[in-house]
Ligand binder design. Structure first.
Ligand code: ADP
Length: 366
């Protein structure tokens, strides 16, 4: 018979993402609606280690859905990775009679969730990260808002680039994933974008800018993923210096594409969550409660083709590592040949879609 759930714990961990509050609200209200109490672990897993668990009622989550950041706070808690820290966390959960945990965060947070599951605490993960780097899910909470923030600010840069006939190279977050970069490059009418998933030809990019300037184009935007920490500044200098030299050589100062660099950094982590992030967070929060109460554990809630579903956290992490080429020996041992083939098929489709989107972007960026 399925375990009776009386009280669960919710937490937000790792990098914050707009929409996390909407997910917490959904978890609290869905659990309360099913007669289950909720406590929040303050500051991610740290709250469990330091016995900072606070009750969350429906009223506590009122007027939070529209707020960015996370009102139950987040933290990078290294102590939780150690067995001693984990045992302290479990002792706190036992003291408060917590029957299950819902962890909202990225892949690090899910590793913590698996550790809890393995020690007998049913745990479900919800992907909350602006980077959209959980391969198993088409969308993560915060991704849409982060892109919207980039577009909002790059549009402003575009205005001034057009006025002064300049180029602006903009570096955006996303860790190892180019999702924010590629989508915002499309949406801002950028002339180029640099992402880890596809090759970038710097010389061809500069040649294109020169050709377009000869044709009369004034303002240029280039979006670069933070996966390349020095590339943005180097590219800025190269475009600036190459076109300046050309302008001097040809005695035509209009050929100089004065180029500036802008790193958006953590600005895109904040901002009012968009409608789609609020709805996604709400659906995922409710689903996580349903899964936990149905007796499931060690799962992550994902979105595929608009549907909310789940997969094993381990499965999701192997898929991630296969996608990113970071698999270590032994990691795939517990998966059958069919399961691994299914992952390969999934990855192939995702990569093909990325490549097609990149090709579409480049065709129009002219
Ligand atoms: P994200 O969840 O966004 O990937 P982090 O990688 O910083 O962010 O992970 C968030 C937190 O999850 C860490 O501070 C730590 O408390 C916990 N965590 C990360 N990795 C592990 C692990 N291997 N085992 C247990 N807990 C972990």
């Amino acid at each position: 018979m399925a375990q009776k759930f009386r009280k669960i714990c919710v937490l937000t961990s790792g990098g914050d993402a707009p929409g996390m509050n909407a997910a917490v609200r959904a978890v609290v209200r869905a659990a309360n609606a099913r007669g289950v109490e909720v406590m929040a672990s303050v500051g991610g897993y740290r709250g469990m280690i330091h016995d900072e668990l606070i009750p969350m009622t429906n009223r506590d989550v009122s007027n939070k859905i529209q707020l960015s950041g996370t009102f139950i706070y987040s933290d990078r808690c290294l102590e939780f990775k150690e067995e001693a820290g984990m045992q302290k966390a479990i002792a706190t959960l036992k003291k408060h009679e917590i029957d299950g945990v819902i962890a909202i965060g990225g892949d690090g947070t899910f590793r913590g969730a698996t550790d809890l599951s393995m020690r007998g605490i049913p745990t479900i993960g919800i992907p909350g990260t602006i980077d959209n780097d959980i391969t198993a899910s088409d969308n993560t909470i915060g991704f849409n808002t982060a892109m919207q923030s980039v577009v909002y600010d790059v549009d402003k840069l575009h205005d001034t680039c057009e006025s002064h006939a300049r180029c602006n190279v903009v570096e955006v977050m996303g860790r190892g994933a180019g999702d924010i970069t590629l989508n915002t490059a499309i949406a801002t009418g950028a002339v180029a974008c640099v992402i880890p998933e596809c090759p970038f030809d710097e010389d061809a990019c500069i040649e294109k800018i020169i050709r377009l300037r000869r044709e009369g184009k004034r303002g240029f935007i280039i979006i670069v993923s933070e996966a390349f920490p020095t590339l943005g500044q180097e590219l800025t200098k190269k475009i600036n210096d190459t076109t300046k030299e050309l302008a001097e050589k040809e005695g035509n100062d209009r050929l100089w594409v004065e180029t500036k660099f802008c790193r958006m950094a953590h600005i895109v982590r904040g901002g009012t969550p968009t409608l789609s992030d609020r709805v996604l967070a709400t659906k995922m929060g409710v689903r996580a409660v349903e899964e936990l109460l149905a007796g499931n554990s060690d799962l992550v809630v994902v979105e595929r083709a608009g549907e909310i579903t789940t997969c094993g956290i381990g499965w999701s992490q192997v898929l991630d590592r296969k996608y990113k080429g970071t698999l270590k020996p032994g990691m795939t041992d517990k998966y059958s040949a069919e399961e691994l083939a299914e992952m390969d098929k999934f990855i192939e489709a995702k990569k093909a879609e990325f490549a097609a989107t990149y090709a579409m972007f480049n065709e129009l960026a002219n």
